[in-house]
Design a protein around this ligand. Structure first.
Ligand code: NAD
Length: 258
């Protein structure tokens, strides 16, 4: 049976790499995320070229529960629901706590945590009906440990780890697994945008941010690639991974071993 995957925030970075990898298995793909009309068309056409299934882009804004519900309803009406749900959309904002704008806190918690609550609750009923499902939450090394100036991000990523475990227990007998992936630094637009911000906040050069802040804590001293994260997601989505649930897999170059 052709599987259907919904991947939030899949017009760029890690989400797009996961969409490409799942498309190569022949799955139907529901893309989501922002971009110009041209960018979205290009990404949709590219992913459609990788699968024998169907590909659509849904523009739901992950800060808006009604739009998330509409995206999940579209997956249900077009494909009978998501067999594989990848909660990947995420944003960052770097500032010291006393200057951290409240609206950035609300935005980050909405996108990086609450959106997964909304997608998961809609995804579970069809997964239960099929007796099979895979939920993969893209958390972060920041789901396990903290860094200064990232209060909202670290709090939201710790939150998704708790949501992962709770839902995994609730659906453990239904053939549904729920796991998090905790990457270290992956070179994507999200990380590239942080480099000038961190340089400003810390009063250092961009090169120092890369070598002395980002890769300082990553013992391999190399950025992780989006393809490496996608390949782990592909494994967690497989039948071989049916006994991995309620946990996380780190891919952080040794960061959290310290
Ligand atoms: P990215 O900026 O390349 O991609 C983010 C995606 O989310 C884009 O498609 C964007 O359009 C989408 N998005 C942003 N706001 C949205 C919203 N309100 N509604 C819908 N879509 C929205 O980022 P990335 O680095 O690929 O990050 C993907 C995930 O991986 C995030 O959850 C991030 O926290 C996590 N992560 C990234 C790294 C890293 O080093 N890049 C490390 C650990 C975890």
């Amino acid at each position: 049976m052709v599987k259907t995957a919904v991947i939030t925030g899949s017009t760029s970075g890690i989400g797009l790499a996961i969409a490409r990898a799942l498309a190569k298995t022949g799955a139907n793909i529901v893309l989501n995320g922002f971009g110009t009309a041209d960018e979205i068309r290009t990404v949709t056409d590219e992913v459609a070229g990788l699968t024998s299934g169907s590909v659509l882009h849904h523009p739901a804004d992950m800060t808006k529960p009604s739009e998330i519900a509409e995206m999940m309803a579209t997956a249900a009406s077009r494909f009978g629901g998501a067999d594989i749900l990848v909660n990947n959309a995420g944003v960052q904002f770097v500032e010291k706590i006393e200057d951290f704008p409240a609206e950035q806190w609300d935005r980050i918690v909405a996108i990086n945590l609450s959106s997964s609550f909304h997608t998961i609750r809609a995804a579970i009923p069809p997964m239960k009906k099929n007796g099979w499902g895979r939920i993969i939450n893209i958390a972060s090394a920041h789901g396990l440990v903290a860094s200064p100036f990232k209060s909202a991000y670290v709090a939201a990523k710790h939150g998704i780890m708790g949501l992962t475990k709770t839902v995994a227990l609730e659906v453990a007998e239904n053939g549904i697994t729920v796991n998090s992936i905790c990457p270290g630094y992956v070179l994507t637009p999200l990380v590239e945008k942080q480099i000038p911000d961190q340089a400003r906040t810390r009063g250092i050069t961009e090169e120092q941010v890369i070598n002395e802040v980002m890769l300082k804590g990553q013992p391999t001293k190399k950025f992780i690639t989006v393809e490496q994260v996608a390949s782990l997601a592909l494994y967690l989505a497989s039948d071989d991974a049916s006994q991995i649930t309620g946990t996380h897999v780190s891919m952080d170059g040794g960061w959290t071993a310290q």
